[in-house]
Design a protein around this ligand. Structure first.
Ligand code: FES
Length: 113
């Protein structure tokens, strides 16, 4: 079972959302490290595993680094290594998104009944 899938536009080929590759790389390094250290990719985790993917562009292209979290379809902007830690703690683990950092919401179409 999968709990969340996190996609980070960290070091895009065309630096539209994140002109400073060092900021994106630091966010990605933090995301990878914390997901591992906090046991979020442990297959035995009761809530399901947390997947993380480094994306080249998420079609937001502003206010990066940009982090998209499924299943909520929430897009965070201005992501940093420090913000990644709080997003994981409060949103992914705690279930409460951090409204102040959300730049877009991309909900799925409701499933047909
Ligand atoms: S370049 Fe990052 S979202 Fe498009």
């Amino acid at each position: 079972m999968i709990s969340h899938h996190l996609l980070l536009c960290a070091t895009p080929a065309k630096a539209l959302c994140c002109p400073d590759p060092a900021a994106g790389q630091a966010s990605w390094d933090s995301l990878k490290r914390l997901v591992r250290e906090w046991g979020l990719e442990d297959p035995a985790r009761p809530e399901g595993i947390v997947l993380r993917t480094k994306a080249d562009c998420l079609r937001i292209c502003a206010e990066g680094p940009v982090l998209l979290i499924w299943p909520e379809g929430i897009v965070y902007g201005g992501v940093s290594a420090e913000r990644v830690e709080r997003i994981l703690r409060e949103h992914v683990i705690g279930g409460t998104p951090i409204d102040a950092w959300i730049v877009k919401r991309l909900p799925f179409r409701p499933a047909a009944a």
